[in-house]
Write a protein that binds this ligand. Structure first.
Ligand code: AMP
Length: 193
């Protein structure tokens, strides 16, 4: 299964994605993690990406698409994968469709985690990551609303959009995620609900 997770920073995408990849046994493709890794290993992309990330700006599409293309050509992605934090712009979404079409595959679901802005700001204030400073948070939210939010309409037109209410406990939200993709068997055995 190929799934995209969309949602503002702080909506809980990382947590839900972590549970979903365990349930579905597919690789987790987080472009944010890949960029942070590139920074740590001082790879080619790391330095350029770091400047954008520290400013709360999106890293240029070209660089992101290079990283994603490389990652998708690895064998473990053949059975499916979960995209977290990608695509973040319409050109990225169009390019992803093209890359998948090259591999004779396509997306199955786009999960949009919906959380009110006040709650997002409160959650991010608690997280303490270096790009979670108030002014950077505001910029990240702004770029989400301007550049990423339009993807909701893009995927709605393709009939792939599954809106998820992101408020409540992680278990409650994960239950909604499972319902949205039609995978209701819980391998951890706590499927009483
Ligand atoms: P994340 O961990 O997904 O919140 O990403 C952290 C930062 O990495 C973002 O604020 C962007 O600067 C950058 N980033 C991650 N994914 C992308 C993407 N798909 N397109 C552009 N920039 C990205």
């Amino acid at each position: 299964m190929r799934i995209v997770f969309i949602g503002p920073p702080g909506a809980g995408k990382g947590t839900q994605a972590g549970r979903l990849i365990q349930l579905l046994e597919i690789p987790h493709l987080s472009t944010g993690d890949m960029l942070r890794e590139a920074q740590q290993t001082q790879s080619e992309f790391g330095e350029t990406a770091a400047e954008y990330m520290a400013a709360g700006k999106l890293v240029p599409d070209e660089l992101i698409l290079k990283i994603v293309h490389q990652r998708l050509s690895q064998n473990d992605c053949l059975q499916g994968c979960l995209f977290d934090g990608f695509p973040r712009t319409e050109p990225q979404a169009v390019a992803l469709d093209a890359i998948l079409a090259e591999q004779c595959s396509r997306l199955d679901h786009v999960l949009e985690l919906r959380v009110e802005e006040d709650e997002i700001l409160a959650r991010l204030a608690l997280r303490g990551r270096s790009d979670d400073q108030p002014d950077v948070i505001r910029k990240r939210l702004k770029s989400y609303l301007e550049l990423t939010r339009p993807l909701v309409a893009y995927y709605e037109r393709k009939n792939l959009l599954r809106p998820i209410n992101g408020t409540g406990t992680t278990d409650e939200v994960f239950g909604r995620v499972r319902d949205a993709i039609g995978v209701t068997n819980d391998t951890s055995g706590d499927s009483a609900a």
